[in-house]
Design a protein around this ligand. Structure first.
Ligand code: NG6
Ligand code: CA
Length: 514
């Protein structure tokens, strides 16, 4: 097992032979009488390292996210575990690396729940400590016991069974059926006369598909990428659904609806410690923001979706302020994987984004094992407790579980969340040293980073994904990069430092065995 490391900050904690959790709690008690801050985890979908202005974007402006960053810590080496959604979310919830478990890749919209219900999860940790917990937004971790399920009845297990008191979600991705909201165990706006059915194997019902009726589409799918099955709201989806005409959402209402539900939860729980996992869908495809954002960025619908995301973040921050709870609320802002421009629809992202580098200086993007795949915006703010700063500490979303366990002094049973390291001191800005080692997961490859050195295992998979225009990082020979000097992974130093390659390959093998 990878041990939960205790990271000592030599400067601040030199003589203290105490664990980080104790020191951090003492620190919190001194500066804030309320030792149980509310925690909001705002999670964007496919937002890249270079998509936020405080991280280098110039073509798109994100004043609200920037304000959050300026009020807290902007991490320059913050990571999701994986370059796609489901595995990163799995890690965030469980504190385990997803590649240890089969079936944690991108899930179809009818998948069964993949999070164990009998283990510690991030929401359970808070719930067991007396917090009220909620998820609002994208789930993408499966629902129910099996793929076959009755979408018109109670659907469980799901978010509630893994620790959320309240759940308002859509099941998978915005481009996958069923395009419905679920509140707790039920699809909302069900109609017994028009039952919902979902199928990922073959067409059901008589709804037109994007493949047969492209003339009905308001957003064309990209050639060769699918997204041409059941049409909902003028957009071809992955998967087939029939029925539930009244329950189907319009893409333009997703963000305002999620925001309203998140705000309701915050208002109702303002006098009580709460944990909110607010999982937005921007800028994932299909990018179809509320009408008032369309055309606003000048960068096409992807840019518009980023403006909508920024607006939603601003609304939450304003609400915290107006309720007078911003000083008692820790906000994490991050993304589930790196950026992609053409991910299945002809929405002008590629054409209009010329000059905008969604991964910033990093190489690769969504799907890749290169830094662009898993190094993403990572911001933590807790006004009055966290001192504003930019931190180079290497931190991962998989660490939130153990770190928040330390923050609220909740023990983690042995065997649970074993990949989650307690890096609370780094998350609170008391040290700029985070993890010493991190494993990064591309679509079909792993890399390990230690002390600024990154090793990518040799892999015969494609080096470039032509349809999405992304370098995967796959190469049939070993790759070694010095990220401190070469964050863009331009110079493969494997031939020059064979000992380093051997050391990191051995470490990665050992971590995989655990
Ligand atoms: C891919 C989809 C892509 C997106 C992704 C999931 C194709 C060709 N592409 O398989 O459009 O839906 O899955 O994205 O089907 S994620 O952010 O949820 O991982
Ligand atoms: Ca994603």
């Amino acid at each position: 097992m990878l041990q939960n490391h205790v990271v000592m900050n030599k400067g601040l904690l030199a003589a203290a032979i105490i664990t980080i959790s104790f020191s951090a709690r003492a620190q919190i008690k001194r500066t804030n009488p309320k030792v149980q801050p509310n925690v909001i985890c705002i999670y964007a979908d496919d937002l890249g390292y270079g998509d936020v202005s405080s991280y280098s974007a110039t073509g798109v402006h994100t004043p609200n996210i920037d304000k959050l960053a300026a009020s807290g810590i902007r991490f320059t080496n913050g990571h999701c575990t994986s370059a796609t959604c489901t595995p990163s979310r799995y890690a965030l919830m469980t504190g385990k690396y997803p590649w240890r478990k089969k079936g944690t890749g991108i899930l179809p919209g009818d998948a069964a729940l993949i999070i164990p219900t009998d283990k510690t999860t991030l929401p359970k940790l808070f719930k067991q400590s007396g917090y009220h917990t909620a998820i609002v937004g994208k789930w993408h971790l499966g629902l129910g016991e099996t793929v076959a399920k009755n979408w018109n009845g109670e659907i469980k297990p799901g978010p509630k069974e893994v620790g959320f008191d309240y759940s308002f979600i859509f099941p998978a991705t915005a481009d996958r059926v069923p395009t419905v909201f679920l509140e707790n165990h039920q699809v909302i706006a069900l109609d017994t006369k028009d039952p919902i059915e979902v199928n990922y194997e073959h067409k059901i019902g008589d709804d037109p598909t994007g493949k047969d009726h492209p003339e009905l589409l308001k957003l064309q799918s990209s050639p060769g990428q699918g997204h041409n099955q059941t049409i909902v709201n003028g957009i071809g989806r992955i998967g087939y659904m029939s029925g539930g005409k009244q329950a189907r959402w319009a893409d333009e209402e997703l963000s305002p609806t999620f925001l309203a539900k998140a705000e309701d939860f915050i208002r109702e729980n303002q006098h009580h410690p709460f944990f909110l996992y607010y999982a937005l869908t921007e800028p994932h495809v299909p990018r179809m923001p509320a009408t008032r954002f369309k055309g606003k960025s000048g960068l096409g619908l992807r840019g518009d979706a980023i403006l909508q995301l920024d607006w939603a973040v601003g609304e939450i921050m304003n609400q915290l302020k107006s309720l007078g709870i911003e000083k008692n609320t820790l906000v994490v802002f991050s993304s589930d994987n790196g950026p992609v421009l053409d991910d299945g629809y002809q929405d002008d992202a590629v054409e209009k984004f010329k000059g905008h580098a969604p991964a910033g200086i990093l190489r690769g993007g969504k799907y890749s094992v290169l830094e662009g795949g898993t190094r993403i915006p990572f911001i933590i703010s807790w006004p009055g407790v966290i001192k504003p700063q930019v931190s180079p500490a290497m931190v991962s979303q998989v660490d939130l579980l153990a770190s928040f366990a330390a923050l609220i002094n909740h023990p983690i049973p042995a065997g649970d969340a074993t990949d989650s390291e307690n890096v609370l001191n780094a998350l609170l800005g008391e040290t700029q040293k985070g993890r010493s080692q991190l494993i990064e997961q591309g679509l079909n490859n792993l890399a390990i980073v230690k002390d600024g050195w990154k090793y990518i295992t040799p892999n015969n998979g494609e080096t470039y994904m032509p349809l999405v225009g992304i370098e995967t990082g796959n190469l049939s020979e070993a790759q070694l990069y010095n990220l401190n000097e070469d964050p863009a992974e331009k110079n493969n130093l494997a031939a020059k430092y064979p000992e380093k390659v051997k050391e990191l390959a051995t470490l990665l093998d050992a971590a995989r065995q655990n």
